[in-house]
Design a protein around this ligand. Structure first.
Ligand SMILES: [Cu+2]
Length: 127
């Protein structure tokens, strides 16, 4: 199917981690080879992170490259001791090893407006 092929091409070019593809797309096994860093491009804006949830596999080294689009924000993932300010317009990298499985909340850690308190997301680490 042409649409599927185009979607896959787009993913291969722009989403090396393929982490934000819908679940219906099958991730080829070779994209998960050991020793690689699982890089995920993210955006932060009032008042959400995207993609959300983020899915990774237990044991993976995870690199999040997060760009705050509209305002300074922050990224706090307490379960993995990650806290980072996100300056508006600057892609900011955080890295951690997903060494435990489960569902972990993350949130904005810089007051960014009236909806700051609900600016949250979820990291899912699968076995
Ligand atoms: Cu905020």
């Amino acid at each position: 199917m042409l649409v599927t092929r185009l979607a896959f091409l787009f993913a291969a070019l722009f989403l090396p981690s393929m982490a934000i593809l819908p679940d219906v797309m099958v991730i080829p096994p070779q994209s998960q080879s050991a020793g690689q860093v699982h890089e995920i491009q993210m955006t932060a804006k009032k008042y959400e992170f995207s993609p959300d949830p983020i899915r990774v596999k237990k044991g993976e080294r995870v690199r999040l490259v997060i760009t705050a689009i509209d305002h300074d924000h922050g990224f706090k993932l307490e379960a993995f001791n990650v806290e980072q300010k996100l300056k508006k317009g600057d892609p900011t990298t955080v890295e951690f090893t997903a060494d435990k499985a489960g569902t972990f909340p993350f949130k904005c850690s810089v007051h960014c407006g009236i909806g700051h308190g609900r600016m949250k997301g979820t990291l899912i680490v699968e076995e």
